[in-house]
Design a binder for this molecule. Structure first.
Ligand code: BTN
Length: 261
């Protein structure tokens, strides 16, 4: 059972290669559950699928160390993190900002990607340590964002969506840390279905027609694609899609490249 009074232990850095990597080093030095690595900037920020995550100062770059006590599934924590980040961002931004989740785990602001999550499992034993890396585009200008070429859900930042306003990073840090630990505790007391329900209620694409591609949205991508209605996510975080005849299939990998209104 995880401690009810588990508090964030925040380690701050001016610049690191990647907070996920620094988190791994912190774990090797004996730092425990609830340790958060925060850097002002990263020189080799890691995105999902081997991409680079642009990390100039003005963004939030945070990695959390979690050591689940039972062999819980890695994918569970990714779902937990997605819900924590969407809730935290919604708390910071004005009420009229449209904040939602996009499968597998991007946070969209007014329909554009504003945050990404990269979960990594480390350790020799099964599921010994999980690093949850969270990047949020906060006070970044257009030319500082990661390039999401031809991505219909192209990148944005808090600043770009708020007419150039700057936001206090520390408020977002505190909110993300608190939400993540609160939901992590809740997850241990309940089960993944409660968190899955929260994830789904924060996803605006459910019930809509979507396109899922094997490879992504790069020019010339001729990879397989499927179209259908997004039904939800299953217990392992896979996306459930119904085809035109209503037959449901779950996909564990792929890129959601289009969503029709
Ligand atoms: C994605 O591509 O959507 C995932 C992006 C994750 C970026 C964050 S920034 C903090 C942490 N450190 C990294 O190197 N990556 C993650």
């Amino acid at each position: 059972m995880i401690a009810d009074d588990l508090k964030p232990n925040i380690l701050r850095f001016k610049q690191v290669e990647s907070t996920n990597w620094t988190a791994r080093e912190a774990a090797a030095k004996g730092h425990g559950e609830g340790t958060f690595i925060i850097a002002e900037s990263q020189t080799s920020g890691k995105g999902s699928n081997g991409k680079i995550w642009a990390s100039p100062s003005g963004g939030l770059y945070l990695s959390a160390l979690l050591y689940p006590k039972s062999p819980k599934k890695f994918t569970d924590l990714s779902i937990v993190a997605g819900v924590a980040v969407v809730q935290a961002i919604r708390e910071i931004l004005p009420k009229n900002a449209e904040v939602s989740l996009k499968w597998p785990n991007d946070v969209l602001l007014n329909g554009k990607k504003v945050a990404g999550i990269l979960c990594e499992v480390l350790g020799e034993e099964y599921f010994k340590l999980c690093v949850i890396g969270i990047g949020v585009n906060v006070n970044l200008g257009e030319n500082q964002l990661s390039e999401f070429l031809e991505n219909p859900f192209s990148a944005t930042s808090f600043k770009l969506e708020s007419g150039g306003q700057d936001f206090r990073l520390q408020t977002l840090i505190d909110t993300v840390c608190t939400k993540l630990l609160d939901l992590y505790r809740f997850y241990h007391k309940e089960n993944i279905n409660h968190i899955r329900y929260l994830w789904q209620s924060n996803c605006k694409m459910i019930g809509k027609r979507i396109e899922l591609r094997e490879m992504g949205w790069r020019k010339g991508d001729t990879s397989e694609s499927v179209e259908g209605e997004m039904i939800g996510i299953d217990e392992s975080g896979g996306i459930i899609v119904a085809d035109d005849r209503g037959k449901k299939r779950t996909y564990l990998t792929g890129h959601l490249t289009c969503c029709w209104q």
